[in-house]
Design a binder for this molecule. Structure first.
Ligand code: CDP
Ligand code: CDP
Length: 220
């Protein structure tokens, strides 16, 4: 039997990470772990304490949070303290504050510890921002997935239209650019391509082609 690999996929917002990682995991028979959903879950809990969001509210929320991911082969269900928040964590309101939450040390420490435990058994494909550089530096396969900002914004805009959110393409592009800047410039575990990661620029590539490229890099 082939060795069960640990696969790390990082990249900016809207690059297609979760979409292609899920499909590649299915093809490989691996578990898919969406680390972005975990930071979104912390943001959701912190926002429950009311706006404006402050570091104090975030730190209080994370102190006793229990985040769990349940992947049913189709999508990742997300639970916070036993409550399902799968759809609630994908709103523009959460996207607008999640980088503020993810920059804090105590939040990252708690999430990273859990992520490492989840990858222990191997046969996992994990996506995020700091997976290859920090969470799983010994991953067998490391991919930095990206696409032009215009294409990433268009992809995400189409998705939000389908979900019924009203926002312009320009607004969405600005939100993604702002989040990428915050994620790349933060002090702790910023978004950066690991020196030993393969760059996969998916501009102009459809989903099937990207999945094929990933599965091939995993030796299948
Ligand atoms: O799906 P999308 O690219 O919009 O974002 P996501 O993967 O759900 O991640 C949401 C946010 O969580 C990112 O903008 C980062 O601020 C943070 N994040 C992180 O800091 N580290 C990770 N490993 C994953 C996400
Ligand atoms: O997880 P990340 O933010 O990197 O991206 P995603 O949420 O997986 O993908 C954003 C949107 O782009 C989704 O609606 C995908 O269906 C779409 N997509 C695409 O059109 N072409 C690709 N090659 C990859 C993703």
């Amino acid at each position: 039997m082939a060795k069960k690999l640990v696969v790390a996929i990082d990249g900016p917002a809207g690059a297609g990470k979760s979409t292609v990682a899920q499909l590649a995991a299915k093809e490989l028979g691996y578990t898919y772990i969406d680390t972005g959903a975990m930071y979104r879950a912390v943001a959701w809990k912190a926002l429950k304490a009311g706006e404006p969001l402050t570091d104090e509210k975030i730190l209080t929320a994370v102190a006793d949070i229990a985040v769990s991911l349940r992947y049913d082969g189709k999508r990742t269900q997300v639970f916070v303290d036993g409550e399902e928040v799968t759809n609630e964590i994908r709103t523009p309101a959460i996207s607008a504050v999640v980088s503020q939450v993810a920059r804090l040390g105590p939040v990252r420490e708690k999430m990273v510890e859990q992520q490492r435990r989840m990858a222990d058994a191997g046969g996992v494909l994990m996506d995020g921002r700091d997976i290859a550089t920090h969470v799983l530096p010994n991953a067998d396969v490391k991919i930095f997935l990206t696409a032009s900002l215009a294409e990433r914004a268009k992809r995400r805009w189409k998705e939000m239209q389908e979900k019924g959110y009203v926002m312009t393409l320009a607004e969405l592009e600005a939100d993604i650019a702002r989040r990428d800047k915050a994620d790349s410039e933060r002090e702790i575990s910023p978004l950066v391509q690991a020196p030993d990661a393969d760059l996969l620029d998916t501009t102009g590539m459809d989903i099937a082609a990207v999945v094929r490229a990933i599965v091939e890099r995993c030796g299948k």
